[in-house]
Design a protein around this ligand. Structure first.
Ligand SMILES: [Zn+2]
Length: 351
């Protein structure tokens, strides 16, 4: 009998490396809402598609909304993929009053943002401290590939495989992008339609295609504007399972959520790593149970701790199908790292 141990990180996202990890790269991320993200690198703060109040929707809570101090101290670059109301608030022009060095990079010509740098699809802009390359979009505007402080990220804007008719145009941009970069740390893609928040299969099919082509270390789903449907992110992550190979999906759960990126891992801030960090340990749901309890999750990242050549792949495949109940702290689920010993019995084949 052989014992084989694997550690799995439960419930939330941590990436596996696509290629050697970039050891020194760190970033702080905050999910704003819809497709809005804040990314802080060593000397820059990047904002993508920031909308404080969605038309007909709820405004960002004070805790989640950007404050002037979020943009101070580092070189601020504000990206707006296109001019739709769910991606662009003209009010962000105000930020330049507080910080005149702020730079706006936009994917359409008439934003009226102060001194905005306008980019068309498939262009590159290198002002010296960062490099920005745009892709086209199956909707309006552009997607942004940004390389800054050692971090490479792609924010797709509204570039998605919205319907089967978009397949060709969507895939062409992804293939073009693939030829522009050998690595992507973080890739952000829409997974649902705008107002209806409909997670169409055609959209998910496109994101799957993009992940397999681009092999980003971490894929972050976005573009769910219905605040009562943010569980779509976790549903997407769960549905992808281990299909995306080395790419890990990290699903935001609430507006304002913070993440830490280091090397090749994106960790929800507050992840429980040891028994001291949680009150209730994660539990394996008996993996032969045909109907899983509703609050069970797949493992987001697997790593072989003690390798047994020839059996690693089978073990990873097996544990990837297990379901877990997350660890809990103060009654609330937290992500955690756990090891799962897997036992193999070697039997003689019956003649
Ligand atoms: Zn949109």
């Amino acid at each position: 009998m052989l014992r084989h141990t694997i550690a799995g990180l439960l419930w939330a996202g941590i990436a596996a490396a696509a290629g050697p990890p970039a050891a020194e790269v760190t970033a702080e991320l905050r999910y704003l809402q819809h497709s809005g993200w804040l990314v802080k690198t060593a000397s820059h703060v990047l904002v993508f598609d920031y909308v404080e109040a969605m038309p007909g929707g709820t405004a960002l809570s004070a805790a989640a909304a950007l404050k002037p101090e979020d943009l101070d101290g580092r070189s601020a670059v504000v990206f707006v993929s296109h001019g739709h109301v769910d991606h662009y608030s003209p009010a962000i022009a105000e930020w330049a009053r507080r910080q005149p060095t702020i730079r706006y990079v936009v994917g359409w010509p008439d934003s009226h943002l102060p001194e905005a740098h306008v980019m068309k699809p498939r262009e590159t802009w290198s002002p010296g401290d960062l490099v920005v390359t745009t892709t086209g979009s199956t909707d309006e505007g552009v997607g942004f590939l940004v390389s800054v402080d050692g971090l490479i990220l792609y924010h797709a804007g509204d570039h998605a495989r919205w319907s089967d008719q978009d397949a060709e145009a969507f895939e062409a941009e992804i293939r073009w992008l693939e030829g522009r970069t050998s690595t992507i740390d973080l890739a952000f893609f829409p997974i649902a339609t705008g107002a209806a928040c409909d997670p169409r299969p055609s959209i998910w099919q496109g994101v799957r295609f993009a992940a397999l082509e681009l092999k980003p270390r971490v894929l972050i789903p976005m573009h769910v504007q219905c605040l009562d449907k943010l569980d779509l992110y976790e549903r997407f992550r769960s549905a992808m399972g281990t299909e995306l190979g080395p790419t890990a999906v990290v699903a935001p759960t609430v507006v304002g959520e913070r993440f830490h990126y280091e090397g090749d891992h994106l960790t929800r801030v507050g992840v429980a790593r040891t028994g001291e960090d949680y009150d209730e340990p994660p539990k394996i749901v008996k993996h032969t149970t045909p109907v899983y309890p509703p609050k069970s999750f797949l493992v987001s990242r697997l790593r072989v701790v003690k390798s047994i050549p020839g059996l690693d792949e089978a073990t990873l495949k097996c544990v990837a199908q297990w379901r877990f109940i997350p660890a809990k702290k103060a009654g609330l689920p937290v992500e955690s790292i756990a090891s799962a010993p897997v036992t193999f019995r070697i039997t003689k084949k019956k003649p």
